[in-house]
Ligand binder design. Structure first.
Ligand code: FES
Length: 78
């Protein structure tokens, strides 16, 4: 779940909204990408830096397309 909240969006999350397009074609049927108006972690002390993404319950901070691809591949291997 990709945060589309203002804080995350302005801190690099805008590009993440296109994450599904960066997924290799063979993974697209195995990954569901959704958005959220706010994941609720941006105001939590110690939660890290935006943009935030949740992958199978894991909160990913400072998410980038590349870091998300790596996390998604890890999750699919487990
Ligand atoms: S705006 Fe992204 S977690 Fe709140």
């Amino acid at each position: 779940m990709i945060c589309a909240g203002t804080h995350c969006y302005l801190m690099g999350g805008a590009e993440l909204q296109l994450f599904h397009e960066y997924l290799p074609v063979h993974l697209r049927d195995h990954v569901m990408v959704t958005g959220s108006p706010c994941l609720g972690v941006c105001d939590c002390e110690g939660s890290g830096k935006p943009p935030f993404v949740m992958v199978n319950g894991r909160t990913i901070e400072q998410a980038t397309i590349q870091s998300l691809l790596e996390v998604v591949k890890e999750e699919l291997e487990n």
